[in-house]
Design a protein around this ligand. Sequence first.
Ligand code: TLP
Length: 338
Amino acid sequence: MFDFRSDTVTKPTPAMREAMAKAEVGDDVFGEDPTVNRLQEVVAWKLRKEAGLFFPSGTMANQVAIKCWTEAGDEILLERRSHILNYELAAFAVVSGVMPRPVEGERGIIRVAALGREFRPKSYLFSAPSLICLEDTTNMTGGTCYPLTVLKENRAFATETGIPIHLDGARLFNAAVAQKVEPFEITQYADSVMVCLSKGLAAPVGSVLCGPADFIEKARKWRKLLGGGMRQVGVLAAAGLVAVQTMVDRLAEDHELAKTLAAGLQGTRFRCEVPETNIVIIDVRETGKGSDAIAGLLEKAGIRCVLADASRVRLVTHCDVGKEAVAAAIEAFRNLKV
Ligand code: TLP
């Protein structure tokens, strides 16, 4: 069985396990875990933000960011197919009491004109637009990266309208590697950023939220309220440090394999765009079957994937699937009796 469901299935590397065993720890609710503090500093520096805060998950970090930037009754602008809107159980409504205003992106990329169309100025009739959430790389729209020029225009719009930008950078390091830029060249356009260590970087757990120092202080309170205050959590942060220090450059290999997979489907009834990073979204409509049926057949052929929607499946490349797995996936698609 080759597992292409997500890069979240990656297992911690031997170096991570060793670092975890040796990690110096303290009570992080008192701010006394040296390994957590180091991870927060390292990530905040890489993203050139004042401060960072370790979270058990990307979902909690995104939701705390929304909580910190908004008041109940506000609205947040975000892409129609974004993770925050579709895969976080409407937590923004439960935790922050805000309303989503979906924006149509191009392969998940929100351009300034689309923001302008959805933005409504302050009025006693409207819920106040209080936050723009961007996702880089985009997930269910195929791992696309925000061109820096688009981010710059969106930033200008946000500054003009006085709304902060939160960047869901679950796969921000994939974007930086694919675009051959430093992560801070991307994050300079956002007020707050969440990055995941548990996706392609292969750490077992964890995300870091970064932003201005006063925002992170506020976030610390909301993290605790949600039960995310952890104690000797340096054992997890140690793996996160190995992840950010040693697993970023190799993401290029995952991107290459995703391209190989997409190229292998050329000339078949499975349609996909050339992937920019490690996510391949495959449209199965030409087979006359739904994505659930195709995923079921692939599973029988030893290839695991997830559904992006009713007509598209998603395969993600990562460090625990190599060339052999990709060759097997191509063969499985080509041999499907549909
Ligand atoms: N994404 C997971 C699933 O939840 C869909 C995946 O397999 O891709 N933002 C983005 C863009 C994400 O892709 C994810 C996870 C998250 C946030 C949430 O991170 P976690 O799983 O740590 O809560």
